[in-house]
Design a protein around this ligand. Structure first.
Ligand code: ITT
Length: 196
């Protein structure tokens, strides 16, 4: 059976494939559909954006379709950058400038008040109209400067107290075990199994 993960991000496809190992389910991505139209992420929440992408994908391809939207929520900034995580510091999107802006905004915020979380909303949409949502979060704290060189996005300033490391100091395997996206993907596996 085939399902579609509506993303151009190869890393996400590899993560999902790993979790579906042994289930005879092939994961296609947008790179298998060259003419696929750009979908604007106009939703106010991660879940709305994920459904915008997954519904469009199911409608166009007729496949069980998944899409995720994810980002960082910082409590001292009332949940920002949230759905604007990728373009927090404006266009063109830049992880480096996003981190610089985040550190500047949190400049006077003391260590214990820098709590934050990565959130992932994963939408699963079947061509017959059935819809499901799986979510994952991982809690942490924003450091005052970067540490580590792995991962992407805000990983170098996202500190995980339990592991005593930033997300950027984890191996790919470790990150794929604890990340917000991995948690959401894991919850979606039984849903996918019932749909295909
Ligand atoms: P799509 O093609 O699937 O849309 P994307 O690469 O644009 O994938 P997301 O929309 O999932 O990625 O992520 C939005 C932003 O949230 C991303 O640019 C990062 O700044 C931040 N982010 C998401 N997941 C992250 C992670 O695991 N580590 C660090 N930052 C993350």
């Amino acid at each position: 059976m085939e399902i579609l993960l509506a993303t151009a991000n190869k890393g996400k496809v590899i993560e999902l494939e790993e979790m579906l190992t042994g289930m005879d389910i092939r994961v296609l991505s947008l790179s298998d559909f060259p003419g696929f139209p750009e979908i604007e992420e106009t939703g106010a929440t991660f879940a709305q954006n994920a459904f915008l992408k997954a519904r469009k994908a199911a409608e166009i391809t007729g496949l069980v379709s998944l899409a995720d939207d994810s980002g960082l929520e910082v409590d001292a900034l009332n949940g920002k950058p949230g759905v604007f995580s990728a373009r927090y510091a404006g266009e063109p999107k830049s992880d480096e400038r996003n981190i610089d802006k985040l550190l500047e905004q949190l400049n006077i915020v003391p260590e214990l008040e820098r709590s934050a979380r990565f959130r992932c909303s994963l939408a699963v949409v079947a061509p017959d109209g059935q819809e499901f949502l799986a979510e994952g979060t991982v809690e942490g704290r924003i450091l005052k400067s970067r540490k580590g060189s792995g991962g992407f996005g805000y990983d170098p300033v996202f500190f995980l107290p339990d592991m005593d490391k930033t997300m950027a100091e984890l191996s790919l395997e470790e990150k794929n075990r604890i990340s917000h996206r991995a948690i959401a993907f894991r919850k979606a596996v039984p849903i996918i199994q019932t749909l295909v």
